[in-house]
Ligand binder design. Structure first.
Ligand SMILES: Nc1ncnc2c1ncn2[C@@H]1O[C@H](COP(=O)(O)OP(=O)(O)O)[C@@H](O)[C@H]1O
Ligand SMILES: [Mg+2]
Length: 418
């Protein structure tokens, strides 16, 4: 990787984390019911497969950088973090981490279930290198941050996953580390606590700490991280500005989703068809602004629908219309060429009419789509395909959460009445 090499050399002196050619292998054991005969014949041999969870991973992180790691489940993100936290040893390769490390890894890792929250704070604090006194000094702050005052003398085995997380995060940040490793915490817990966590992460960032953040929350990676790595099947697929890596990764996920959705979906004509068919709709295609056909989009993306027609005779002043419905039946919109003052004088033979939306305001979900050709009065259908097509809006993490659409808007804080 060229980019990596140059980064590694130019920032060598100030690298806080430097990983060189790290490989990590796991053994996956298969439980086989061996018959007595087999055991006698072959002995009770272990039956396992080897799996390389990390393959030749190299990168370095300069002091003060927040690096995101994205990738699908099983791509090796947690394994990489565990190696940096020295919980796992690589099979090959080397790495250095300079400074005091604090890690918040998988949920509840490092907690003893039978011990109370209080006891676990002491246990974890000392694992992270704090003295008894330091823990005592910070104890109240930790409890306050975790919001677990009422449960601090309860064994943690009765905690919910959100409570585990709060305690873990509170302890991890209390040690004031130079390097903070965080695995998937922003995905759990309520919104208020997530905000508190990201505030804390920003606070660390501002104080020049180095952070490695594994997150499914791509918007968090985009907004918190400076750069990001995309891991795919244990290999680094890309390393660049966080924004760019997230986009690359999303594109890939989109493509796969489309392939999955596309198979057998093509001729899936739901809905109903009515009309006299002097002019027919021969195909309806959803495309992006580059003209590439797709069934999955994201909020804010360009959206072009091509309505291909064949006119068996010359038809004057036809009106082309479309409609979008959410999967629950809500009619979202229903524009047509006449409303938008596109006068089509006449159609004969084959052609195509495009419905173009520069920035799709729809929020994630499945949508049904109708396309139709009517006479100028919009009373007589030549060909009306009612809810015969579907497309999907996939979440990007960037869109609003509530409602059906995202309406372009601006916010202003007006201190005095204008
Ligand atoms: N302790 C383990 N034993 C066997 N296989 C493991 C172990 N930990 C992880 N793996 C495997 O290694 C791969 C990477 O896992 P992981 O690092 O947890 O991925 P991610 O965090 O990106 O979802 C997966 O295929 C996973 O099943
Ligand atoms: Mg993981």
């Amino acid at each position: 990787m060229k980019v990596l090499d140059s980064l590694a050399t130019s920032k060598k002196t100030s690298s806080v984390i430097d990983v060189q050619g790290v490989w990590k292998k796991f053994r996956i054991y298969h439980e086989r019911n061996q018959s007595l005969k087999e055991i006698i014949l072959r002995g009770k041999r272990a039956d396992y497969e080897e799996l390389w969870a990390l393959k030749d991973v190299s990168f370095s992180i300069p002091q003060g950088m927040t690096l995101g790691i994205v990738g699908e489940n099983g791509s090796g993100k947690s394994t990489l973090l565990k190696i940096l936290a020295r919980i796992l040893k690589p099979n090959k390769g080397s790495f250095v981490v300079n400074g005091k490390v604090s890690a918040l890894l998988e949920l509840g890792a490092g907690f003893h279930p039978e011990l109370t929250g209080r006891e676990n704070i002491y246990l974890n604090g000392s694992i992270l290198g704090l003295s008894q006194r330091e823990i005592r000094d910070r104890f109240d702050e930790i409890v306050e941050f975790s919001e677990l005052e009422r449960f601090i003398d309860t064994p943690v085995k009765s905690y919910s996953s959100g409570m585990y997380l709060r305690l873990g995060f509170a302890v991890a940040v209390s040690v004031d580390p130079d390097v903070l490793l965080i695995d998937e915490i922003l995905a759990v817990g309520d919104e208020a606590f997530q905000r508190k966590c990201s505030d804390k992460i920003f606070d660390f960032k501002n104080r020049g700490k180095t952070i490695v953040l594994v997150s499914h929350g791509l918007e968090a990676v985009r907004s918190i991280c400076d750069e990001a790595i995309w891991l795919h099947e244990g290999e680094i697929q890309a390393r660049d500005e966080a924004r760019k890596v997230v986009d690359l990764y999303l594109n890939k996920v989109n493509e796969e989703e489309q392939q999955r959705a596309g198979r057998g979906g093509e001729e899936q004509h739901l809905g109903t068809r009515v009309g006299s068919r002097e002019v027919e709709i021969t195909k309806v295609a959803f495309c992006d602004l580059d003209g590439k056909e797709r069934d999955c989009f994201q909020t804010g993306q360009g959206f072009v629908v091509r309505i291909y027609y064949r006119a068996h005779q010359s038809i004057d002043k036809p009106v082309f219309g479309v409609a979008i419905y959410r999967s629950d039946g809500t009619h979202v919109t229903g524009p047509n060429t006449r409303l938008h003052r596109l006068e089509i004088e006449t159609v004969s033979g084959e052609g195509c009419v495009e419905y173009v939306v520069d920035s799709l305001p729809l929020l994630p979900g499945t949508y049904l789509f109708s396309a139709a050709i009517y006479d100028y009065a919009c009373l007589h259908p030549y060909d009306h395909h009612e809810k015969m097509y579907t497309f999907r809006i996939l979440p990007s993490g960037e869109e609003e959460f509530y409602g059906v659409v995202q309406i372009p808007c601006a916010w202003r804080h007006v201190k005095e009445k204008p």
